[in-house]
Ligand binder design. Structure first.
Ligand code: FBP
Length: 547
């Protein structure tokens, strides 16, 4: 590996740890838990892992543990800090017993089923400390959900004498981790399963998991870029920049970046849905701000667009749900058709009247993107839908009409951007480096104590890292029943932006001022060395949520 000077300097950064994880750990059991909803159904499906108590770590005496082998998997989209979770598990295991071994399954959950692995030794782990990416073992989106996969994985674990697995993933992967934990516990397989909350999207959070790792770094990278664009916009004064931001469903990333950079517009999908806005309402809202700024001669601006917007516009949501069912049931027929035009016509005829009207009114490029392949979890791949371009075209068309009517006198030139992949593998901020290392260490303690069906949890994150509270939360506690592929399934409840939450309310207080006036903030790049108030700063979302 050829290392950059920053990578070399950063290798020796020692992540800051919560007090309870610095020495030996005592585990304190809290009260028994219930799932967030649908308790009876979840309890029935997870008889062995339901209702387990919350766990908190305190400094204490640790009993010596026998040597054991552990496996780790990185699942789903990359998120800054994954390598530190692994180094945290590795160091935690070695601290418990130097004979402990860590195996990394390659390419995500698929590696566990296909028995592709590498033993993670100090020689390997040391090169990846405090670096971004998941390239130490790779990641993948294979869904671990079939009994056949669980059995194959068990054979592979037995071969390597692995008695515990750590699955580092988002809500879907942790749901599957819990199903696997239940399955192994039910059959007395002797393999524990522990989850770790990962995703830049920030939508795996609840009372016990304050944020998923990677959100902090990704938002800081995007905010730096947005700030740079805003400075360019304010210098040249000739473009409106439409910036789509990653985050498959929730708008946490967009909202956080808005709080950091104060753009002229930030659309929040959850608000669009709550207000039952149509696509035309969204376009009108944007066009009105463009027109208002133009009256002052400000023919420039920035608009942040969440990646998942199309799925939150009620009519589009209905259309996408129908498309999901319809494409699942007619996959072969659709694939057999030659061109996109034929596919669109075939699909349009199978839709309800309302959805057909919406579908045929969409630009062809967007309709084609909506028909494209789902990911293995059945989700539309919203990062492939060019919403930012669609909105530029639609705003332009509306302003053209308003110009004729004398309602718009300015100029409008749109520049589309999509910030997604460039934020997912950045070198983790101090926050993510520390948080992930603590999560990894926490996982190793849960393993040593024989726990299964738990997610590593590190809380109190706006306090100094010394005061962070580490422990474990039963995954079943986060579950509810949701419809997936036409069937009700137990899944971890996705945390969307709460319109009654402090971050959104803060944004609403300011957004009209930011829309009309130019109040940009330029956050600059993530700082790894320097004053703590710059280097260790947390997201505004966490700051406002924990006030
Ligand atoms: P995870 O939920 O797996 O962390 O993935 C998040 C994400 O970055 C989304 O924001 C985005 O929609 C998606 O991954 C893109 O997926 P892919 O890497 O498969 O293109």
């Amino acid at each position: 590996m050829i290392k950059s000077p920053l990578q070399i300097a950063r290798e020796s950064y020692a992540p800051k740890m919560p007090k309870a994880l610095k020495g030996s750990v005592k585990i304190v059991e809290g009260k028994e838990t219930e799932s967030v909803a649908d308790q009876a159904d979840i309890k029935k499906m997870f008889p062995n892992t339901y209702g387990m108590p919350l766990l908190t770590f305190e400094p204490g005496e640790a009993a010596p543990t026998a040597a054991r082998n552990v496996g780790v998997i990185l699942s789903g989209g990359q998120a800054p800090g994954g390598h530190n979770v692994i180094s945290g598990i590795y160091d935690g295991l070695k601290k418990l017993n130097p004979e402990n071994k860590l195996y990394g399954f390659l390419g995500g959950p698929g590696g566990l089923v296909d028995n592709e692995y590498v033993e993670l030794t100090a020689d390997i782990v040391d090169h990846y400390r405090n670096t971004g990416g998941f390239d130490i073992i790779g990641s993948g989106r294979t869904k671990l959900e079939e009994e056949d996969q669980f059995e194959k994985a068990l054979v592979n674990c037995k071969d390597l004498n692995i008695t515990a697995l750590v699955i580092i993933g988002g809500d879907d992967s942790n749901t599957n981790a819990c199903v696997l934990a239940e399955y192994y516990k039910a059959k007395g397989a002797g393999v524990q399963v522990i989850g770790c909350p990962k995703t830049i999207d920030g939508d795996l959070k609840n009372e016990m998991v304050e944020t998923s790792f990677g959100f902090d770094t990704a938002c800081k990278v995007y905010s730096e870029l947005i700030g740079n664009i805003q400075r360019d916009a304010n210098s040249a004064k000739k473009y409106w920049h439409f910036i789509k931001l990653m985050g498959r469903s929730a708008s946490h990333i967009g909202l956080e970046c808005a709080l950091q950079t104060q753009p002229n517009i930030c659309i929040v999908s959850e608000e669009v849905e709550a207000k039952q806005m149509t696509l035309d309402d969204v376009v009108t809202y944007i066009a009105e701000i463009v027109a208002k700024r133009a009256e002052k001669g400000e023919n420039f601006g920035t608009a942040l667009i969440p990646e998942g917007l199309v799925e939150f516009i009620p009519a589009m949501k209905k259309l996408i749900a129908e498309l999901n069912d319809l494409l699942a049931h007619n996959e072969d027929k659709v694939n057999a058709l030659e061109g996109n035009k034929e596919k669109r016509e075939f699909v349009a005829d199978l839709l309800s009247a309302d959805s057909k009207e919406v579908f045929v009114s969409l630009p062809n490029s967007i309709a084609n993107q909506l028909m494209a392949d789902r990911d293995p979890h059945g989700n539309v791949q919203v990062s492939l839908i060019e919403t930012e371009k669609m909105l530029i075209d639609m705003v332009k068309a509306k302003l053209k009409v308003w110009k004729k009517e004398g309602k718009f006198k300015g100029k409008f030139k749109g520049q589309p951007h999509f910030f997604g992949y460039e934020g997912r593998c950045a070198a983790p901020s101090n926050f993510d480096a520390d948080y992930c290392y603590a999560l990894g260490n926490t996982a190793s303690v849960l393993i040593a104590d024989g726990k299964t069906g738990y997610m590593a949890s590190v809380r109190n994150l706006t306090a100094s890292s010394d005061e962070w509270i580490a422990g474990g939360v039963p995954v079943t506690m986060m579950m509810n029943m949701e419809k997936r592929h036409g069937e009700m399934k137990p899944v971890i409840q996705k945390a969307l932006v709460r319109l009654d939450g402090a971050p959104f309310k803060k944004f609403v207080e300011k957004r009209d001022d930011w829309a009309e006036n130019t109040k940009y903030v330029y956050p600059g790049p993530i700082q790894y060395f320097g004053p703590s108030e710059v280097c260790d700063i947390t997201t505004k979302t966490l700051q406002y949520e924990q006030k």
